[in-house]
Design a protein around this ligand. Structure first.
Ligand SMILES: C[S@@+](CC[C@H](N)C(=O)[O-])C[C@H]1O[C@@H](n2cnc3c(N)ncnc32)[C@H](O)[C@@H]1O
Length: 312
């Protein structure tokens, strides 16, 4: 169905641009440029930070932005590409924390529990911890668990942040319980088609009040820009396309070294927005809304990199 729509849209577009047979100049869009603001400050000495950072694979760039103090940052503005990406990601964390405060009508998040699934380097966890929430981050990569643990310590939040090295596809309510706020940011579109529905059920199960999802969906631009394959159906009823995460036959080490990608699956499933919304409602959320601003990406990237809030 979606394929038909895409083909029709592509031929219309090609008729306009005069290029027969293939989609031309797919508009890629950009990350919105923005200076980072950080509402918390480092508590470690320069020596402590430097010696810890040295142990955390400095040759692998950081994806989350931190200013540790003493002029030591996880990503420097001179690394333009990483800096743009890291500060864009920070926009998501700051936005959902602000939204949570407004939604709950509170100035702080003291006493609330937060689950950050596939937390990466804990940029979003730390935003919540800064307002007093107790956070559990689950992350599959050892390096990221270590960086997350260090970041929490560097800002004095280690008492209320715990990081667990585990696979988000297998960890569930029976293991870690449920949480007031849950985050499924930048991970759903890295999981395979067979994990889509179980992951959303699990996510809903672990959410007591409010969940946030940041994910890529299959739209005309994403299918063409990312050469998605499909369509395919997850659980026989949720339509989407497949994105190739790793080359066929990539070794375990190669896969692990792609630090922002899937742990093992070669292909990941990018649902169609309509399918995703249907799945979220079926999984048990009473309402789902789309966050249009603040958003780290400009149009048209923002069309398929979407941020949702989900109410229980
Ligand atoms: C694109 S990053 C997103 C990180 C963070 N949530 C964010 O929004 O910036 C994807 C993260 O998921 C982790 N990851 C991928 N597959 C995973 C899995 N099955 N279980 C746990 N973590 C996983 C990766 O190591 C990486 O940190």
């Amino acid at each position: 169905m979606l394929q038909k729509i895409f083909k029709k849209a592509a031929s219309k577009h090609n008729a306009k641009t005069g290029t027969p047979g293939k989609s031309t100049n797919p508009s890629k869009g950009t990350v919105a440029l923005r200076q980072p603001t950080q509402k918390y400050t480092g508590v470690l000495s320069q020596h402590e930070i430097q010696s810890e950072l040295k142990k955390l694979e400095p040759s692998t760039p950081w994806a989350h932005y931190y200013d540790f103090g003493h002029n030591l940052k996880s990503v420097n503005p001179s690394d333009a590409v990483f800096f743009k990406k890291a500060t864009g990601l920070k926009t998501i964390g700051e936005g959902i924390v602000d939204f949570t405060k407004s939604f709950l009508g509170r100035d702080n998040l003291n006493g609330l529990s937060v689950l950050d699934l596939a937390c990466g380097e804990a940029g979003h966890s730390i935003e919540f911890a800064n307002l007093g929430a107790t956070v559990m981050g689950v992350e599959g990569r050892d390096l990221y668990v270590k960086r997350s643990t260090f970041a929490a310590k560097a800002f004095g939040f280690d008492e209320r942040c715990k990081f667990l090295q585990s696979d988000v596809r297998t960890v569930g309510k029976k293991d870690i319980g449920s949480f007031d706020i849950t985050l499924l940011l930048g991970i759903l579109h890295h999981l395979g088609e067979n994990d889509f529905w179980p992951m959303l059920q699990n996510f809903a199960d672990m959410t007591d009040r409010l969940g946030f999802i940041y994910t890529h969906v299959s739209e005309f631009d994403s299918v063409t820009n990312h050469r998605l394959k499909g369509p395919v159906m997850a659980d026989g009823r949720f339509e989407g396309y497949l994105f190739q995460e790793h080359r066929e036959g990539a070794t375990e080490k190669e896969r692990l070294n792609q630090v922002r990608a899937s742990l093992d699956n070669t292909y990941s499933f990018w649902a169609r927005e309509e399918s995703l919304l249907r799945a979220l409602k079926e999984a048990g959320f009473s309402a789902v809304f789309k966050v249009l601003a603040p958003h780290p990406f400009e149009y048209p990237l923002s069309q398929y990199r979407v941020l949702y809030g989900c109410l229980k």
